[in-house]
Design a binder for this molecule. Structure first.
Ligand code: HEC
Ligand code: HEC
Length: 425
């Protein structure tokens, strides 16, 4: 699924930073900028509805949507930290097994999570809600809290809520709990009528749709790199003032002999695919993370995937062409965007590298023993002639301003946690 896009894959160009740019290099540079307009989200009919944006915006900051009343989406996706938490592994009600990625730029991704186990932003949002180490919440408690505090905007968008006051039909806590059939939430879930379960699942899906409407506001903004490229390609002599000479050399290596652009391509600097880089084991690591090979199977089996009864579209091209072959994606993880990357340390799906220099030291040495599976052949040893500090200087030019200030704080006061929904049994 990946070819060699870098200039000079077969015959490396001369390492002379001053030689004129070739037509191929200019074309490649043009493919990395500007930031495109937002793609539609056909599976979510309220994706661009201002009422949904506002509802999702407040829900994103609502710590009442957690088992201990302390965890919101914004706990791990901290707006001022470019919507990451700067921890190796995320910390919610418990400790997550992976690093929290930025939300800026996710609007273009066909698959979400490091292993791509969700195929839309709205379906993604349902995962952390019920993950025991994240919000540790459950879909019934969520529905009750929406009914209590957010009924008006919810019903305006999605129509009447189910009769949640009837606690015999809609218990305070219930959800399907995989592999724990005697968990009290699971028992309560199975005791509900089919139609009531469907109605609650619809509330859960609609929660995700409101969250996505807010997340769609978190788009990357023009970075020094974009200004440089625009002026450079237009022949404007002031281009060179936008980024340092070291960054300009790093850029040329990035699209040339360092071959980064083979995977980090397009204006989001990601091919939106999955690769096994052959990352070394982390000291003390137990078990292995097989990544995309499980993610590909999960997304096909997901109740909230594109084309499901909760989806507003039945056209699901991405899923139709998904390669579910387990062994093809063993140990593969999503190519992350490199926009704002200097702000989102630590790096990789497990946060194993603290700095950009550590990431590049890895690409420079490619240690042999992969954690799982095999390193993809498209990844080759970083040319020793490439300056690491030039590459870092270039990556730093991909930092743009944070999203507009209004999106960094809740739009209204958050209601306190509910006694009924703020606790687990
Ligand atoms: C406990 C910390 C934590 C909380 C709380 C949390 N997340 Fe995350 N988020 C993560 C981690 C860790 C990942 C990556 C997990 C994985 O790939 O398996 C992630 C992944 C994501 C992604 C996928 C990004 C990508 O590039 O694929 C999105 C979108 C997201 N979270 C949104 C949310 C929303 C919306 C909420 C609230 C409903 C939320 N998160 C709550 C830690 C958290
Ligand atoms: C074979 C495809 C491929 C190539 C070539 C490649 N990368 Fe990556 N890159 C990835 C993938 C996949 C990840 C995420 C791996 C993970 O999460 O375990 C990644 C992660 C990164 C990260 C960490 C980002 C984050 O948010 O965690 C940086 C920085 C990075 N690459 C820069 C580069 C640079 C610079 C080059 C060229 C020297 C390069 N990459 C070449 C696929 C590639």
């Amino acid at each position: 699924m990946t070819g060699c896009f870098a200039v000079g894959c077969s015959s490396p160009p001369q390492p002379d930073a001053n030689r004129p740019w070739t037509a191929a290099e200019r074309a490649l540079l043009g493919s990395l900028t500007p930031i495109p307009s937002l793609p539609p989200s056909p599976g979510n009919r309220v994706a661009d509805d201002p009422v949904a944006v506002n509802l999702g915006h407040v829900l994103f900051f609502d710590t009442g949507l957690s088992a201990n009343g302390k965890v919101a989406c914004a706990t791990c996706h901290v707006p001022e930290k470019w919507f990451t938490d700067r921890l190796p592994l995320a910390q919610g009600v418990g400790q997550a097994g992976r690093n929290a990625p930025t939300l800026i730029g996710t609007q273009w991704l066909p698959y979400l999570f490091h292993d791509g186990r969700k195929d839309s932003l709205w379906a993604q949002a349902l995962g952390p809600m019920e993950a025991e180490v994240e919000h540790g919440f459950d879909r019934l408690a969520l529905a009750h809290r929406i009914a209590k505090h957010y009924r008006q905007p919810y019903e305006q968008l999605f129509g009447p809520l189910p009769p949640l006051d009837d606690l015999t039909r809609f218990p305070p806590h219930a959800r399907p709990v995989p592999f724990q059939s005697n968990h009290p939430h699971h028992v309560a879930w199975l005791a509900m009528a089919d139609a009531d379960r469907m109605a609650v699942n619809a509330v859960l899906a609609n929660f995700g749709k409101a969250i996505e409407a807010y997340e769609r506001k978190l788009v990357p903004r023009e970075a020094p790199f974009d200004r440089y490229a625009r002026k450079f390609l237009a022949g404007d002599p002031t281009a060179a003032q936008e980024i340092s000479p070291a960054s300009q050399r790093g850029l040329r290596d990035f699209i040339g002999r360092a071959q980064c652009v083979n995977c980090h391509n397009g204006p989001l600097f990601t091919d939106r695919g999955f690769h096994n880089l052959g990352l070394p084991r982390v000291p003390g690591q137990t078990g292995v993370d097989v990544g995309r090979s499980l993610g590909a199977q999960s997304v096909k089996a997901d109740d909230f995937r594109c084309g499901s009864v909760f989806s507003d579209t039945q056209r699901c091209e991405e899923l139709r062409f998904l390669n579910p072959r387990f062994e093809d994606f063993l140990g593969a993880f999503k190519t992350p965007t490199l926009r704002n990357v200097a702000q989102t340390a630590p790096y990789m799906h497990n946060g194993q590298f603290a700095t950009l220099n550590d990431v590049l030291a890895f690409y420079r040495t490619l240690p042999e023993a992969a954690q799982v599976g095999h390193r993809e052949l498209v990844l080759t040893l970083l040319d020793p002639a490439v300056s690491q500090s030039d590459l870092v200087a270039f990556l730093e030019t991909l930092t743009g301003p944070l999203p507009d200030g209004q999106w960094l704080h809740p739009p209204q006061p958050i209601p306190p946690p509910d006694a009924m929904t703020g606790t687990t049994p």
